[in-house]
Design a protein around this ligand. Structure first.
Ligand code: PEP
Ligand code: MN
Length: 370
């Protein structure tokens, strides 16, 4: 059960103390307090852990400071969407809102190769009015002999250029806890010109120790990619690991499943799960058309498969698109064959808008039915 307290409750107030001492008397119940400090208000939630079956919602709601009590199902306690749960389905980071009602496009480099390409990419993103991008610095590769990313050495120029082009959020995968500090230090050294959304890649979805460490920091939000060969439930539990350690600013990323049933696509596209994740949890949902399709094949209508699946995900309510672009794909050190061309960026964004408008119209149409 979650007790949602009146906003701006002070931990020093007599009512709060009274509440906590009452909760301490409940047999077999432990409490975990979560405080979310926003710009305007501070929200406090108390998680009651243990056998809460015998507790009555009405009784708990009549306790001092308690605004609402929500009975949670066992699954995804923090990130889950529970019955009568009106907790927010969005968060804000570096001035950008991420929610189940928004759409942000992160077009950028799969892997940072050199400063020139980063600058060309960021300028293109900026010229299209976008404030988010993707920049891979730490690349988990199948072969130990393949390029592993420039790591911390590229961070200073990536962040500095992001500042120059007004980029507010960069999605960047990390594969080891040491990368957290490298990112923090580079951000600090460059004067915090941008923000980073830490990406947990599909190969690390169930790297629980990494999840715990990344979840323990709350300054940067997290994009958790679905595991490529595990169930949706297992991947949602992985997201819950992050939240249970303290960071609930988590976006859930669909990127396709590894099975040859998806051939000729690189992975079996799973964007039909967009509404499922939004129903089961309060997380915004990201789709990655690049890593799921993995090629620039086009349908007879001339539209790339990657763009068709992007539209499918957005028409179903996706909230974020993570997509590979490159100024010179043949020269890209990672995933060149699936990169979209820079000249295609305005076209891609226009196509995204068509799908988004269609989704919003579908929501309106549904509202008229009730
Ligand atoms: C990526 O986005 O660069 C990536 C490696 O994705 P995934 O973890 O989904 O394979
Ligand atoms: Mn890639």
């Amino acid at each position: 059960m979650i007790l949602i307290l009146n906003s701006n409750v002070s931990e020093q107030s007599p009512e709060y103390r009274q509440l906590m001492s009452h909760l301490a008397t409940l047999p077999g119940i432990q409490t975990r307090v979560h405080v979310e400090r926003g710009i305007e208000k501070t929200l406090t939630e108390i998680y009651l852990i243990g056998n809460t079956q015998s507790l009555e919602i009405e009784d708990m709601q009549s306790l001092p400071c308690v605004e609402r009590a929500v009975r949670v199902s066992e699954e995804y306690r923090i990130l889950g969407r529970h019955k009568d749960d009106q907790r927010p389905t969005h968060f804000e980071y570096n001035g950008v809102r991420f929610g189940q009602d928004t759409l942000n496009v992160f077009a950028g480099l799969c892997a940072v190769d050199n400063r020139e390409h980063v600058e060309i990419m960021m300028k293109a993103v900026h010229d299209c009015g976008q404030v988010c991008t993707r920049m891979g610095a730490y690349k988990p590769r199948t072969s130990p002999y393949a390029f592993q990313g420039h790591g911390k050495y590229c961070l200073p120029y990536v962040f500095e250029l992001a500042g120059k082009y007004g980029i507010k959020v960069i999605a960047m995968e990390i594969t080891h806890e040491s990368h957290l500090n490298e990112i923090r230090e580079a951000l600090h050294a460059t004067g915090n010109p941008t923000g980073v959304m830490l990406q947990i890649g599909t190969r690390n979805t169930q790297n629980f120790e990494l999840l715990k460490i990344v979840g323990r920091q709350t300054e940067m939000p997290i994009l958790l990619k679905r595991g490529f060969g595990i169930t949706l439930d297992e991947s949602l539990n992985a997201a819950e690991y992050l939240a249970s350690e303290g960071n609930r600013n988590v976006v859930f990323g669909l990127r396709g499943m590894k099975t040859n049933m998806g051939d000729p696509h690189r992975n079996f596209v799973d964007f039909s799960h967009v509404p499922v994740v939004k129903r089961l949890t309060r997380m915004p949902v990201c789709i990655d058309p690049s890593h799921s399709v993995g090629s620039r094949q086009a349908a007879p209508d001339g539209i790339l498969d990657m763009m068709h699946v992007t539209a499918q995900g957005i028409v179903a309510g996706a909230n974020m698109v993570l997509v590979d672009f490159h100024p010179a794909p043949p020269k890209a050190l990672v995933d060149g064959p699936q990169a979209m061309l820079l000249k295609e960026l305005p076209y891609f964004l226009e196509d995204v808008q068509i799908a988004r408008d269609a989704y919003l119209k579908r929501v309106e149409l549904r509202k008229q039915q009730v």
